[in-house]
Ligand binder design. Structure first.
Ligand SMILES: [Zn+2]
Length: 67
């Protein structure tokens, strides 16, 4: 077990938590591709498929650190 791998896992976990807490499915994905898994967007993130941008204000450092 290496520290690098551990850190990598922690970052992945954190991103997963962020998405679980603040992520919303792209409405265009849901409308146009109802059978596919929609892109999960965080505030101000853009769907790569539809160029749909989430309009919520960006997360504060506090929100980002404690999802
Ligand atoms: Zn989309």
């Amino acid at each position: 077990m290496s520290d690098v791998a551990e850190m990598h896992g922690a970052i992945k976990d954190h991103k997963k938590r962020l998405r679980a807490t603040y992520g919303v499915p792209c409405p265009e994905c849901q409308r146009l591709l109802p059978r596919a898994n929609p892109s999960i967007l965080l505030p101000q993130q853009t769907c790569r498929i539809h160029r749909y941008k989430d309009q919520r204000p960006e997360l504060t450092d506090e929100q980002w650190s404690n999802p």
